[in-house]
Design a protein around this ligand. Structure first.
Ligand SMILES: Cc1cc2nc3c(=O)[nH]c(=O)nc-3n(C[C@H](O)[C@H](O)[C@H](O)COP(=O)(O)OP(=O)(O)OC[C@H]3O[C@@H](n4cnc5c(N)ncnc54)[C@H](O)[C@@H]3O)c2cc1C
Length: 272
């Protein structure tokens, strides 16, 4: 490694990111698969601000460099995210890999990223020019293409605190655990006073970017369960048209039928 940088100060890290051609390095579990001897890395995993897990009135705020193990064992972490982490890699990887690395790796197979999609999480990005926050959906511009400027770092992931209890999560891998997703699905459905208040779904590992279509899910919102049953056919048809899986290690047809089965199961679990 040439000219790599270690710091415990976020300001210094942002300054280095601004002035040197560095690659941000969190846990290295994705980066080290294609380690580059000539690259200059900026090590982020000793910066306390990036490891904090805290809350405000509206959000659980997870530092980008919090490891999976730290997130898994934190009292503020919602169960939907814990469920995804429990099925993610082996403990050794979970002790190093970070949620921010999962998001910034830009893969549609990222298991924690899927949960950030279905919960409509916000990302806080920072540079020495300042900070801004954007919805995760706007961060992904295409396969491995991110709305992350060369001088920016992901600082924090903000997950809404409310409305995450009634969820459905399934990861389909080559085996039950320790496997990269072949297809993953998460759904949230909340009913309040007899009407669907929120319906959100996300499909991982099928396209260049996680599929999250609030415009389709909107069909269910405001309906009673009986009304939702009447809309089910139209809703499934809209996703049937939307989900066009790319071929990977498994066929596109397989991915498509798994997606549709999981979506149907999610609805049935909710009585629809
Ligand atoms: C054996 C093995 C099993 C795995 N199993 C799974 C699995 O089941 N599910 C899954 O989703 N993943 C899995 N992974 C992939 C990997 O562990 C995760 O994607 C992990 O979250 C990456 O985090 P990291 O901190 O190691 O990222 P790094 O490797 O450090 O970085 C990944 C990318 O993000 C960028 N980056 C990191 N942090 C920041 C930041 N704060 N700001 C800006 N850019 C940043 C880096 O520059 C790099 O491009 C596995 C990996 C291995 C080696």
């Amino acid at each position: 490694m040439v000219n790599s940088y270690f710091t415990t100060s976020l300001d210094e890290a942002l300054e280095i990111r601004n002035t040197k051609p560095v690659i941000p390095y969190a846990g290295g579990t994705d980066l080290m698969i294609k380690a580059d001897d000539q690259a200059s890395y900026l090590f982020l995993n000793k910066i306390p601000e990036l490891k904090q897990i805290r809350e405000d009135e509206e959000y659980i705020r997870i530092g980008a460099c919090a490891t999976y193990s730290e997130v898994l064992h934190h009292r503020l972490t919602p169960q939907i995210l814990k469920d995804a982490i429990i099925e993610l890699a082996a403990p050794a990887i979970r002790n190093l890999g970070t949620v921010g690395g999962n998001v910034c790796n830009g893969s549609p197979k990222g298991d924690s990223a899927l949960i950030f999609f279905v919960t409509d999480a916000l990302l806080r990005l920072g540079s020495s020019r300042g900070e801004h926050t954007l919805p995760i959906k706007e961060f992904y511009l295409g396969r491995k293409k991110l709305a992350l400027q060369n001088d920016e770092l992901l600082l924090e992931i903000l997950i809404p605190k409310k409305g995450l209890e009634h969820y459905y999560y399934k990861k389909i891998g080559a085996r039950n655990a320790l496997a990269i997703s072949r297809v993953s699905f998460a759904g949230i459905l909340n009913v309040e006073e007899g009407r669907i208040k929120n319906c959100a779904t996300a499909f991982g590992a099928v396209s260049d970017v996680v599929v999250r279509r609030p415009d389709i899910d909107q069909m269910m919102i405001g309906k009673t369960i009986d009304e939702a049953k009447d809309t089910k056919k139209e809703y499934l048809a809209a996703y049937d048209e939307t989900i066009v899986p790319i071929r990977g290690r498994v066929s596109a047809e397989y991915r498509k039928s798994v997606c549709m089965n999981l979506l149907q199961d999610f609805l049935e679990t909710n009585g629809i």
